[in-house]
Design a protein around this ligand. Sequence first.
Ligand code: ADP
Ligand code: SF4
Length: 691
Amino acid sequence: MRDPRYDVLFEPVRIGPLVAKNRFFQVPHCNGMGYRDPAAHAEMRAVKAEGGWAVVCTEQAEIHYTSEVTPFIEARIWDDCDMPALALMAERVHDGGALAGIELAYNGMNGPNLHSRVVPLGPVNLPVASFTADPVQARAMTRRDIANLRRWHRQAVDRALRAGFDLVYVYAGHALGGVHHFLSRRYNLRTDEYGGSLHNRMRLLRELLEDTVEEAAGRAAVGCRLTVEESGHAHGIDRAEIEAVIGELGELPDVWDFVPGTWEDDSVTSRFSAEAHQEEWVRGLKALTSKPVVGVGRFTSPDTMVRMVRQGVLDFIGAARPSIADPFLPQKIEQGRAEDIRECIGCNICVSGDFTMSPIRCTQNPSMGEEWRRGWHPERYRPRHADERVLVVGAGPAGLEAAMSLGKRGYEVVLVEKSRVLGGRVAAEARLPGLAEWIRVVDYRAGQISQLHNVEHYLESEMTAPEALAYRFDHIAVATGSVWRRDGVARWHTRPDTMALGAMPVLTPDDIMAGRRPEGGRVVIFDDDHYYMGGALAEMLRAEGYEVVLVTPETLVSAWTVNTMEQHRIHGRLIEIGVELHTSRAVVAVGDSDVSTQCTYTGQSGRIDCDSAVLVTSRLPDDGLHQDLLDRAAVWADHGLRSVRTIGDALAPATIAAAVWEGRRYAEELEAPTDDSDATPYRREVTALAR
Ligand code: ADP
Ligand code: SF4
């Protein structure tokens, strides 16, 4: 039964002509599937509707070919050809009992138009503000262009209604579209009636809202997503301006969706922001309109959600990431099972799907993006095919997920872990600066396993091959993880003999996470890994008082975190705290009291005096147990053993998200592994030839 403290979250809320059945609102979010994988997209949204969200929206849907964000993959509603894909999503969301929303976006000078090749349109002549800094300029829109845009937007509204959507958004948020650009003095230097005064700059937004309301004619609700703060930027939208905008336009749409700044300012990782960090900008705006307000805040705590409503900050609990990590979050609160929520950890691996143009994935929810193509569900598991017992060795993210998923399938599972704690690398990495929320990967799975009477786990139990065989399991999953290399091998040094090592102490991330510290006061970190580890260790050691020099062959520190939208924050923080950065350089030798470096462009050599070196390069699978078991393959049958498989980092070190996904895949495919299959083991959507 639901805790009565949370009743307020389940009150229906009117949105114009509609009623949302509760306050849970999945706001628009990108997913790297968009127009390319429409059935997969529809099923992903359907699962959220099933999980209890009252409103489930698309990502931004490009309304016209003059405004497209290739290579990024978003929804499209350019013309009637796009309607079947969107209609399928609306239908599947309705099947789940939710209202379907669509975010109509005119990207304007965000879209380089690499597909359509036509010149992008913006308020002024400016280079496009795309993530990839394309050599493309937008041209200033004429009055005729603006009239065209209004007509295209109306046509998109009409299509959205015909596709079955209940809620149609005008998108003026995240600096990701033309409407935002017109509103902001950062971009709008026009001298006609669409530029200059705030009244003029909001004219386009007013017109699009009026057009949309008129076109919807009470058949659908109208929403508006609006950036309410850009004060970090010179000439950005400020509080006084946004209060004036809501003062003038506050009653036009049926629901407001307030966001701060750009997408990077909004979807901040947990390393750099806490739950509800948007509150400071959104608080107080609701008083300026009688219309309901939705806002996000990586909300996973029902108490925080209740506070948002009770204190009049929000009417709707908006969520993108929390709904990705747990599509059933509303239902779990409703059923009094808040402890079963798979809480988002704020790692932005989901965002990396969009940035790498690949279908969305999630560290916490391995079924995300696999709902249609592999038939995985976040809560439902196929029952076991036989009465069999499985041994899972290693309780990192792969082992925990495998044990939990096998348990939910009904198998008898024994999970053994050699250390004193569950969690493997996650238990260690969650102690790095800013990564505390990552422990939720362990907490969720440990909590679920504790409820499964068919899953036992044992700590401080190092498993050997003879023991594993003696216990007579039907299947063994080896999830023994990986170790950081000490020889410098990764991308720059692809063989151990190219990096000379002298007398200086060399440490690895494993050493540091285990509590060892560099000798002396000055340490060089060589980061040839490029994800978070090098930057996080630099931050930690600097905070402990070391002089830290970070050397990386990339041009940016923690370069891959561009894809989690935090590279600029990591780089900025390291500069602020005084870490000495040497980018585009590789460490080629570690001497007795210095390291030798080389410029990656010119080969020019250099040296850095230091007392210790930390090599953040790559990892080696810890597959010794697997090898020992393979060596005994001849006697497996004598011990009733049918299969041994290695999963997660023990197979090939990768992200935590990948380890969790491998754990789930192992459990899904226990009786029929697809590792050696000739056929593609998941469904694809292949475009039909149009002749
Ligand atoms: P992954 O990311 O693949 O889950 P981790 O490195 O996070 O890998 O976790 C591997 C876990 O396996 C660690 O907690 C480690 O202590 C444990 N482990 C390694 N070898 C053994 C073993 N022989 N018996 C039991 N546990 C083991
Ligand atoms: Fe949250 Fe990370 Fe999942 Fe994104 S990938 S929803 S940030 S847990």
